[in-house]
Design a binder for this molecule. Structure first.
Ligand code: ADP
Ligand code: MG
Length: 362
């Protein structure tokens, strides 16, 4: 399936969405990131048919569905606050949209899905007492059992605690790309979700799409300040992606271009892993130093910008590049003066193997 939006607009009092153009292919995940009120939910509601556009067209595989009734579209949608029936158990909630016949015919598939989502042990429990993570998984399962042509996810992880979010996010990417014939759109206001889930990224602000691209090219250009809004949005964490070349004794080495990075954990050789390193966790040094930190990458300073903390100035973002390795190190102004750092100097960026958060693997 290919989903395509052409020239879509929608006006509300004081708010205009679009004109929007978007295209997503089979098995790909588009993450739309934007602040609250930027129009994310409206885009999903338009695609699902819950809101009618003022102009423009929406099509699936070339078939125009702009005027098609909601129930004929076969589009799955999950909401930020899952609307489940509290007096029904998990299983009944999951199969709610299916006919009796479909429940019987798809019984094995449904059981496998519940097992994959680790929900089997709670299928008989009322959803009333479930945790936030469990509720989201039930609502995800309810969407998946209907075999939708398109999957739309509206900030499903927004209300979850940090550790549930991390686990569920890794599972979610596997599930979304596992549906090879189905494109998905995931909307969020969290930068981390982009790194964890996206094949394509769109940045939405005030109803306008500022930027869409493949995640790889966005990341490789993030230091060059081509996209002022996007670069502001993407400066809280460094995302680095590479391929595992060695793994034993709980330590894994992966390569990014001509650089290698060590992380904690065991992964199969050839696995693609994505990590986040906080700008605050990177130490800069002029010389090679012997420390207990396992990672030291020689990089060029490509930009030096002020980072505005709540308390005011005094903090500097040093943008670094080494082959396909892009990072920002956040240091104090005084530290930069002491190091005598200038544009195009080479420095060593140092961080511990235990510092990165592993956010993506496939
Ligand atoms: P987001 O999901 O990014 O937070 P929304 O798409 O929910 O943003 O809303 C975008 C803007 O459209 C907001 O200003 C919101 O108040 C307005 N809006 C959304 N739905 C409606 C509606 N049904 N009627 C009037 N205004 C709406
Ligand atoms: Mg919303």
């Amino acid at each position: 399936m290919t989903l395509e939006l052409v020239g879509i607009t929608k006006k509300f009092p004081g708010f205009t969405l679009g004109p929007l153009d978007l295209k997503i292919d089979n098995g790909k995940v588009l993450v739309i990131i934007g602040p609250t009120g930027s129009g994310k939910s409206t885009i999903l509601n338009l695609i699902a048919g819950l809101v009618k556009p003022d102009s423009g067209s929406i099509s699936i595989d070339g078939l125009d569905i702009t005027k098609m009734p909601v129930h004929l579209r076969r589009i799955g949608i999950t909401f930020q606050n899952p609307s489940l029936f509290p007096n029904m158990n998990t299983y009944e909630n999951v199969v709610f949209g299916l006919t009796k016949r479909a429940r019987k015919e798809d019984d094995l598939k449904i059981t496998k899905l519940l097992k994959d989502l680790n929900l089997l042990h709670i299928i008989e429990r009322n959803t009333q007492g479930l945790s936030g993570g469990e509720l989201q998984k039930v609502s995800l399962a309810r969407m998946l059992v209907t075999n939708p042509k398109i999957m739309l996810l509206d900030e499903p992880l927004a209300h979850l605690d940090v550790s549930t979010k991390r686990i569920l996010r890794l599972e979610l990417r596997r599930i979304l790309i596992g549906r090879r014939n189905v494109p998905s759109i995931y909307v969020t206001h969290f930068e981390d979700d982009v790194y964890a889930l996206a094949d394509y990224v769109a940045v939405l602000q005030n109803g306008k799409l500022e930027y869409t691209d493949k995640i790889e090219s966005m990341l490789s250009s993030q230091n060059e300040n081509h996209f002022p809004f996007a670069s502001k949005m993407f400066d809280e964490a460094n995302y680095v992606e590479g391929e595992v070349i060695r793994s034993n004794g709980g330590i894994t080495t992966f390569s990014i271009g001509s650089n290698v990075v060590e992380i904690i954990g065991n992964y199969n050789i050839g696995t693609k892993v994505g990590i986040l390193v906080k700008p605050e966790d990177i130490i800069l040094s002029r010389e090679i130093v012997r420390t207990s930190a396992r990672n030291m990458v020689k990089a060029e300073v490509t930009n030096i910008t002020n980072y505005h903390t709540a308390e005011g100035g005094g903090v500097i973002d040093v943008h670094l590049k080494a082959d396909r390795f892009y990072m920002i190190a956040r240091i104090t102004e005084q530290a930069m003066i002491d190091l005598g750092l200038h544009l195009h100097d080479f420095v060593f960026a140092i961080f511990k193997a235990s510092s990165p958060q592993i956010i993506r693997e496939e």
